[in-house]
Write a protein that binds this ligand. Structure first.
Ligand code: CO
Length: 305
C-alpha cells in the first residue's frame, strides 16, 4: 500500500470513528431524555471465578440480590481480566469489567445505579473499584448529562468496627455444629495491603464468641504458622477448614483443601488433626448474603426505589 492511500484509509477510519462516537453520544442522551424517567440498576462486582463451584457462589449472591430488589435490573461484572478472558475463550461468554458495565448502563439510560462490592476487605481491588465509581460520579457532578443522576458503592464486608462483630456472629452461627466439638479455621485470601489487618480484627471478634474459631490467610496475617501456634494451645483434635472468600474457587480447592503436601489440609493432617475441608464460598452462606444485602441497601442511601 502506498503512503498516500494509507493516509486516505486512515482518515476514513478516523471519520468513521468520529461518526460512531457522535452517534453514540447523541443516541445515549436521547434515550434518557426520551423517557425522562428514572431507571434503576444494580451492578454486582466480583473478582470472578472460572471454576463452576466459584460461579455458583456468584450466582447465589446474584439471586439473593434479585430476591431483595425484584423490580430492579441486576448485572454482574468481574475485575479479573485473566478470568474474563478465560471464560470468553472456554465458555464463549462475555463478562464486562466494572468500567465497561457502567458505561453500557449509562448508554442504556440507567439514571440510578448501586454497585455491590463483594470484596471482604477494603484492599487494592476495592480501591480500584472505588476509583471507577468516583469517575462516573464526577462526570455528573460537572453538570453534564454523562454518568448517572445517582451512583452508590457498597462497602466491603469488613469495613468498620460493627462489621467484625456482625461477621463473627454470622460465621459462628453458620458453623456452630463444627465449632462445638472441634476447631473451625476460616481461611481468607490475605494481602500485602494495609487492610490485611481486618483479618486479625475478625480473629479477636471470633474469640469473644468462642476459643474454637480461628482466622488464617494464605497471603497475609494471621499466617498458617500463626494459626497453628494458637490451635496447639487448645485441646481440639478435629479441624474444619472454611474458605473465608466469596467463592470456593482455585484457592479453596488447592491451597486450602487440596491434596498437595503444602495445602492447609495436608499440613494440619500431618500435625495429627482430623481435617474436614468445606468447599463453600461465603457467597453461598445465606447469613453472609444478608450482610451483603444490607451493605447494598446502605449504598442506595435515601434513594427511593
Ligand atoms: Co489469589
Amino acid at each position: 500500500m502506498s503512503s498516500v492511500s494509507f493516509m486516505r484509509v486512515k482518515s476514513l477510519i478516523g471519520a468513521l470513528v468520529a461518526m460512531f462516537v457522535l452517534w453514540g453520544a447523541l443516541g445515549g442522551s436521547a434515550m434518557a431524555e426520551e423517557t425522562g424517567e428514572a431507571k434503576h440498576g444494580i451492578l454486582i462486582v466480583a473478582f470472578g471465578s472460572s471454576v463452576p463451584e466459584g460461579q455458583e457462589a456468584i450466582s447465589a449472591v446474584e439471586n439473593a440480590v434479585k430476591r431483595a430488589w425484584p423490580d430492579t435490573e441486576v448485572r454482574v461484572a468481574f475485575t479479573s481480566r485473566i478470568i474474563m478472558r478465560k471464560i470468553a475463550r472456554e465458555q464463549n461468554r462475555v463478562i464486562d469489567e466494572p468500567a465497561v458495565a457502567l458505561a453500557k448502563m449509562a448508554y442504556e439510560g440507567f439514571t440510578h445505579v448501586a454497585v455491590l462490592s463483594t470484596h471482604i476487605i477494603p484492599g487494592a481491588e476495592y480501591q480500584d473499584l472505588e476509583a471507577v465509581v468516583d469517575g462516573f460520579r464526577s462526570m455528573h457532578s460537572r453538570g453534564t448529562k454523562a454518568g448517572f443522576t445517582y451512583i452508590g458503592l457498597s462497602l466491603p464486608l469488613l469495613s468498620n468496627a460493627n462489621d467484625f462483630e456482625r461477621m463473627a456472629k454470622t460465621l459462628t452461627e453458620s458453623y456452630s455444629n463444627e465449632g462445638r466439638d472441634g476447631a473451625v479455621i476460616f481461611v481468607g485470601h490475605g494481602t500485602h495491603h494495609f487492610s490485611d489487618a481486618a483479618y486479625s480484627a475478625l480473629q479477636m471478634a471470633l474469640w469473644r464468641v468462642s476459643p474454637n474459631f480461628f482466622v488464617g490467610t494464605i497471603e497475609g496475617m494471621p499466617s498458617y504458622d500463626d494459626v497453628l501456634a494458637q490451635l496447639r494451645k487448645t485441646r481440639n483434635k478435629k479441624v474444619t477448614l472454611v474458605p473465608a472468600m466469596l467463592v470456593a474457587g482455585d484457592h479453596a480447592q488447592n491451597d486450602i483443601g487440596g491434596g498437595e503436601d503444602d495445602s492447609w489440609r495436608s499440613m494440619l493432617s500431618k500435625e495429627g488433626y482430623g481435617v474436614t475441608p468445606k468447599f463453600q464460598g461465603l457467597g453461598q452462606v445465606g447469613a453472609v448474603q444478608k450482610l451483603l444485602i444490607d451493605k447494598l441497601r446502605e449504598a442506595w442511601g435515601d434513594q427511593a426505589l
